[in-house]
Design a protein around this ligand. Structure first.
Ligand SMILES: [Zn+2]
Length: 251
């Protein structure tokens, strides 16, 4: 299909939708300059991820986790939502999209104006931290000041628990509540749009399959082919921002 026909087909599908879900992965944030962790040259191909059990067991692992987190901060510094995020936010504003389910941990959907309660984060959020025991929230900038002063991994001032970014680490259980909400939204959707996920990481990648089996229209916008292209109703192997932006009619 020529590019402009693909865009108008996507626009038509979006117009017909009564209740849609957008599912996003690293591809949409890559267009904001945030490197995809799993891509060639991504962080996890250069250094082994620290398993959650090691974080719990070792002060050295905790220090290394935090050192890396602050390094990432320097790399992401100034990353802003792009046209793809803005298109998704516009669909939420119009009421077409009821929920954004994301594998990303950068908070850019919220930064683009999607209300936090409509963003379901399957891998958590790295823009703040919390105590693993009492869940008290901590801000990254404050933790960094203390880390650079003391060189020790942060400990909860209220209960003495370990403080960790609010992300789901390797070896850490998927967040039950987020998974449950994502399933409810998926089953309620008549349109499911994948934007910038190669759909390789399970269980998250099971949601588009579930939507399709439940009778929803499945659209995949991703630069590279995915494992679900053959079951999708519409596949656009193109840049996310340009594609969604054109289909939704925003810059
Ligand atoms: Zn605590």
């Amino acid at each position: 299909m020529p590019a402009d026909r693909e865009i108008s087909e996507l626009a038509r599908v979006i117009e017909r939708a009564r209740q849609a879900v957008v599912f996003t992965g690293g591809g949409i944030s890559a267009e904001s300059g945030i490197p995809d962790f799993r891509s060639p040259g991504g962080i996890w191909t250069r250094m082994a991820p620290i398993d959650f059990s090691d974080f719990l067991a070792s002060e050295e692992a905790r220090r290394e986790t935090w050192r890396r987190r602050f390094e990432v901060d320097d790399m992401w510094c100034g990353a802003n939502p792009n046209r793809g995020h803005r298109a998704v936010a516009e669909l939420v504003r119009r009421g077409t999209v009821a929920a954004v389910v994301t594998q990303n941990i950068d908070g850019l959907h919220q930064a683009s104006g999607v209300p936090a309660e409509q963003v379901i984060e399957l891998h958590g959020n790295s823009t703040y931290a919390h105590c693993l025991d009492c869940r008290r929230r901590y801000e990254i900038a404050e933790l960094r000041l203390a880390f650079e002063r003391d060189g020790t991994a942060p400990v909860c001032g209220a209960c003495g628990g370990w403080v960790k970014t609010a992300t789901i680490s390797f070896g850490q259980a998927m967040p039950v509540e987020a998974m449950r909400r994502a399933e409810i939204e998926t089953l309620a959707a008549d349109l499911f749009i994948v934007a910038g996920s190669s759909l390789v990481v399970y269980p998250a990648a099971g949601f588009p399959e579930l939507a399709k089996h439940n009778g929803a229209t499945l659209v995949i916008v991703n630069r590279e082919p995915t494992g679900l292209d053959r079951v999708a109703d519409l596949v656009l192997n193109r840049a996310i921002g340009e594609t969604l932006g054109s289909a939704v009619g925003i810059d």
